[in-house]
Design a protein around this ligand. Structure first.
Ligand SMILES: Cc1ncc(COP(=O)(O)O)c(C=O)c1O
Length: 419
């Protein structure tokens, strides 16, 4: 219940009733608050903030965050193309490659985005490219963290980044070809549990940066956590800024004009702003387990399945009533693993009640799929002035199937329609 703070239960119910379920709802006020918090905390220092759009790439959300003064962090060529719609200056788009193809590299170089290269082999290819001039390199700092083993990206065994032991070679490769390494980057993981690990990795990067003669910036990645459970403490941005600024004040003494630092969180900006609304479609007892079956599932919200992630669940239709019944909340996908929440204490539920999965603004819709050939849900933005806008309508079942058939080169008419 505590999770419904800036967004009232009545507002969410109204959206569910008017837009239909399932739908994602994002609160603009929360996104703007999160943006202000980071900008404010570092306002006297040369620190730029990028938004890792993989968390939520609805174009309306991108526009909102960009207008708040945040740039874009991307991890695929497709994300780069998407961000191009929002800026005339390609250098403002930071592109961290992952097993990038030659074709993607060539296109990124031609576009002029800031390319962040995470392996020696790829750096060699970059340096061989006649039109390439400068890039950033991603380092594996051998310090990892994250809310789940699958999102720890900084451990020495992880697939990401150039190992510290290969740095000398990386610098030599660039120098030999006359290219410049102008940025250094690391991202230790998502939903960092111990902020000290981020500070430790920052120290590693600052130290290593002395080996790069052409450096113009250091990007320390993202990973600022979201308190998904009420027992978790929110990330103390002000305290983090204090520690980081101490490092920056010392470091800046030996830096050229224009030198700056970057961070690139994703969930920080959007996770708490989002809710996935769903309607109860069935209620049944299977021996000891009482299931609430919903009109959404793992195809719309993957996090509980791939990360054992917790999202608070609120029965909006029974908001404020005593939570004295134990429910397991299941999806509408034909998989026994399609369970979004186990053993939740909720008020006695009825058919057609509207439930909200909280903190679903990050890695919700961007991870959604059409598994079981299901339609994608709508997305709605609640504006700070109290109005709301459907920022992506739901697909209908018919549209979903027709688009699929057409893409595969089939006629969309059914046998029945043809007759
Ligand atoms: C390279 C990179 N930067 C930033 C992020 C954002 O992480 P988070 O949303 O936890 O801040 C990710 C997420 O996985 C990432 O891979």
């Amino acid at each position: 219940m505590t999770k419904i703070r800036e967004t009232s239960a009545q507002t969410l119910l109204r959206v569910a009733n008017q837009t239909g379920t399932p739908c994602y709802v994002y609160n603009e006020t929360t996104i703007l608050r999160q943006s202000r918090l980071v900008l404010e905390a570092f306002k006297h220092h040369p620190v730029k903030w990028l938004y890792a759009i993989k968390a939520n790439d609805n174009p309306h959300i991108l526009k909102l965050i960009q207008r708040a003064g945040i740039g874009f962090d991307t991890v695929s060529f497709e994300e780069v193309l998407l961000c191009q719609h929002f800026t005339d200056d390609p250098r403002q788009i930071f592109y961290t490659e992952n097993s990038m193809s030659d074709a993607e590299m060539d296109a990124a170089i031609r576009l002029g985005v800031t390319l962040n290269i995470g392996s020696l082999k790829r750096l060699e290819r970059f340096c061989d490219h006649p039109e390439a001039h400068e890039c950033c390199v991603r380092i594996n700092p051998a310090i990892g963290d994250g809310h789940h083993a699958r999102v720890n990206t900084g451990d020495s065994e992880s697939k990401f980044g150039i190992r510290i032991g290969q740095i000398e070679e990386a610098v030599a490769v660039a120098q030999k070809s006359g290219k410049r390494i102008i940025g250094l980057h690391a991202h230790i993981g998502s939903g960092i549990k111990e902020p000290e690990n981020l500070i430790a990795a920052m120290k590693v990067l600052l130290e290593l940066s002395r080996e790069f003669p052409d450096l113009q910036f250091i990007n320390f990645g993202g990973g600022m956590p979201t308190p998904y459970r009420s027992s978790e403490k929110p990330f103390d941005m002000a305290r983090f800024a204090e520690l980081a600024i101490k490092l920056f004040d010392t470091d800046l003494k030996n830096r050229p004009d224009g030198f700056h630092y970057l961070f690139e969180p994703g969930r920080w900006f959007v996770a708490e702003a989002g809710f996935l609304l769903t309607k109860v479609q069935t209620i049944k007892d299977q021996l000891e387990t009482r299931y609430l079956g919903t009109d959404t599932g793992m195809h719309h919200l993957m996090r509980p399945i791939i990360y054992d992630a917790w999202h608070d669940v609120v029965n909006l239709s029974k908001f404020g009533e005593a939570a004295d019944q134990l429910y397991t909340i299941s999806g509408n996908i034909c998989e026994s693993g399609d369970i979004l929440a186990f053993d939740r204490l909720l008020p006695e539920a009825e058919m057609d009640d509207i439930l909200a999965f909280c903190d679903a603004g990050a890695y919700g819709m961007t991870m959604a799929s059409q598994y079981n050939r299901r339609a994608l849900p709508a997305e709605v933005l609640l504006k700070s002035d109290g109005s709301y806008q459907v920022i992506r309508p739901a697909q209908t079942a018919e549209e979903t199937v027709a688009e699929f058939l057409a893409k595969c080169g089939f006629e969309t008419e059914t046998h029945h329609q043809k007759k």
